[in-house]
Design a protein around this ligand. Structure first.
Ligand code: FMN
Length: 270
């Protein structure tokens, strides 16, 4: 590595950008390389869009043969902070330093029919009160939470070989707090929150384009207010599990349970 690059990596801010860019570039390069070996001669340009259109082509791959060993880190009790929120905050920041979208979490709700339903949302705040994400209150997840506030959350950071599971109950944050976050969003996202009837059936893509145009016209030359059906949920956690991949599937698992206003930490078999 060149001395100039080595020196610049010592600067934290630059180090983050450098690593993110490098990882993103490596990820794409590896992806295209793997795909090229599966569909020889098809991907010379490395053009992702072109490749992704070719879904009619069968890819001969056995999932059983895909194997990797996890050996990057360990998780000792002595590494664990006494408060699991601080621990999650630390792991989340370590993950975000390395890769964008590390703040994406899989949120599981339970439908009124009793089916668990999972989808990805972005964590926007994390503090002693809990984990906050924003959404449309009238979406499928919003309705699920209204009928059953018990939710699950999962983070998976493959580049750190780490997973975190959280269980808790979700509740709406205050209108003022939702307003404050909504104001910080780009105008296009604010308009999108008005235009999209999230989770409702649409006839064609241009229905969304049309509704977006209408909203753009409606709020022309003025600030876009927060739609009443859009805002934040806070998940108040009762349970955490921190998973660190280890060799031969002998992983580390540490759980935290809420007991008498504190946290009880114990180790689980992998
Ligand atoms: C990386 C990523 C981030 C997302 N972030 C959010 C989010 O913060 N809020 C949200 O409502 N949907 C988000 N989505 C879309 C949801 O996964 C989902 O499609 C949408 O909320 C509708 O879900 P529902 O029909 O179960 O309510 C995100 C999707 C991805 C892949």
């Amino acid at each position: 590595m060149q001395a100039s690059v080595r020196n610049r990596r010592k600067s934290t801010a630059f180090g983050h950008v450098y690593r993110q860019t490098k990882c993103a570039a490596l990820g794409i390069a590896k992806f295209v390389e793997a795909a090229e070996s599966l569909i020889p001669g098809d991907l010379g340009s490395g053009d992702m869009a072109l490749r992704l259109k070719r879904t009619s082509q069968k890819i001969d791959m056995s999932y059983e043969a895909v194997r990797k060993d996890y050996a990057k880190h360990t998780l000792e009790e002595s590494d664990c902070l006494s408060d699991p929120i601080d621990m999650l905050d630390h792991w989340l920041k370590e993950a975000l330093i390395e890769m964008e979208d590390a703040n994406a979490m899989t949120l599981t709700t339970v439908s009124p029919e009793g089916y668990p339903e999972s989808r990805v949302v972005l964590i926007r705040q994390l503090d002693q009160e809990g984990l906050v994400f924003y959404t449309n209150y009238e979406s499928a997840k919003g309705k699920d939470i209204a009928s059953n506030p018990k939710v699950g959350v999962n983070f998976f950071w493959p580049w750190l070989e780490r997973q975190v599971r959280v269980r808790g109950t979700a509740e709406r944050i205050s209108a003022e707090a939702s307003d404050a976050y909504f104001k910080s969003r780009p105008r296009e996202s604010q308009l999108g929150a008005w235009a999209s009837i999230q989770s409702a059936k649409m006839t064609a893509r241009n229905q969304l384009d049309k509704q977006l145009l209408e909203c753009t016209e409606r709020f022309k030359d003025q600030d876009v207010p927060r739609p009443p059906h859009w805002g934040g949920f806070r998940i108040k956690p009762q349970y955490f599990e921190f998973w660190q991949g280890r060799t031969s599937r002998l992983h580390d698992r540490i759980k935290y349970e809420s007991v008498d206003g504190g946290w009880k930490l114990s180790r689980l078999f992998p």
